[in-house]
Design a protein around this ligand. Structure first.
Ligand code: SF4
Length: 343
């Protein structure tokens, strides 16, 4: 079966006869592609580019600096493990903990809600796309105070299509995000797209379906993951998100501010919004240093402009044990994945 798909991919690539750039925008797809060496078995003119699918990586340096400053000012902070290790100008949350700040590593929002019962001032640092947002929204409904760096994904894809420095012929759409938002929102991008699952065969089939569209000059959203993803997504979850969050501008690492890509906590939940509650602390933070660490090229890696291995620090100064930038911190980060599977 797999051999058959690869043969078809080879045939189509030859028929298309030009270089094709396909971008995957989901950290789990990035891992699957590297784990199975899918890049290496594709024809030379078909290139898979990694996009902004890693939630920790795209979180703006400004947000990292904000939460580290909150922790250093005595606000107890909780978040997922990867986010604790992202280095900011004022250090990481882990380093703040070494300096005596109360910083907690949680596996879920449920755990943060439980923790807040013992530590009433606890703030949960919520980040990620439509996949992690619903649980954060639920937490806020339970009375959890949150610093939100949550984002909606589609505007970033649209921004990539407008970027003249990169030429994308098709997207492998983010599978988990699609479970929540459905297939319909992608239509407006007007480019070949496919939603696939996370097995090797799923990804290869997705590539085949994209190449068929490119050859036929078609621009559809094909759903190869229909066992999980529905056209209208999960409406129940969408309602929970929109009860708690409203769309605002969002700041992304590598992109800067993308209009209508951020999720702000609605006014009715303002008493659980750390940006409101601790405005006095945040207003005093000097964010003029909130930039990528010196020498780190994460911004370009996230936008697919540079392969991780071409970063001069990759594997020498920057490794998963000693990450310089967030793309090497998270297991979904392009640099971390490239490092782990390069051997
Ligand atoms: S290898 Fe390290 S320094 Fe280079 S872009 Fe990736 S995370 Fe940044």
């Amino acid at each position: 079966m797999m051999k058959n798909i690869i043969e078809k991919i080879n045939k189509l690539a030859e028929e298309i006869g030009r270089n094709i750039n396909l971008m995957e925008v989901c950290g789990t797809h990035t891992q699957v592609i590297s784990r199975y060496g899918i890049r290496e078995i594709l024809p030379k003119n078909i290139k898979l580019i990694t996009g902004p699918g890693c939630p920790v990586c795209v979180t703006a340096q400004r947000d990292i600096d904000a939460i580290v400053n909150l922790a250093l000012a005595g606000v107890p902070m909780a978040t997922y493990g990867d986010a604790l290790r992202v280095p900011g100008f004022f250090g990481s949350l882990n380093e703040a903990r070494e300096k005596g700040a109360q910083v907690f590593d949680v596996y879920s929002v449920t755990e943060a809600v439980e923790l807040q019962k013992k530590i009433p001032d606890l703030v949960f640092f919520g980040l990620g796309f439509e996949t992690t947002t619903p649980m954060t929204a639920w937490g806020i409904q339970q009375g959890l105070t949150v610093y939100s760096a949550h984002k909606v994904f589609l505007p970033a894809m649209a921004a990539l299509l407008q970027d003249k420095n990169i030429n994308i012929d098709g997207f492998i759409d983010p599978g988990h995000v699609s479970v929540v938002i459905g297939t319909a929102p992608y239509d407006k991008l007007k480019i070949p797209q496919v939603i696939t699952g996370f097995e090797m065969e799923d990804v290869l089939t997705g590539i085949l379906l994209l190449l068929k569209q490119i050859k036929n000059k078609d621009t559809r959203v094909l759903n190869q993951y229909s066992r999980v993803v529905k056209e209208s997504g999960n409406e129940k979850i969408q309602k929970i998100i929109s009860d708690v969050f409203e769309i605002g501008d969002g700041e992304w690492r590598g992109f800067g501010v993308i209009p209508k890509s951020g999720l702000k906590i609605r006014k009715k939940y303002a008493s659980f919004d750390a940006k409101v509650k601790y405005k006095n602390i945040l207003d005093k933070v000097d964010f003029s240093h909130s930039k990528d660490p010196a020498g780190c090229r994460c911004g370009e890696v996230i936008r697919g402009l540079m392969e991780s291995k071409k970063c001069p620090l990759f594997g020498k100064v920057c490794t998963p044990d000693n990450p310089v930038g967030p793309c090497m911190v998270s297991v979904e980060g392009a640099c971390n994945v490239a490092y782990r599977y390069s051997k």
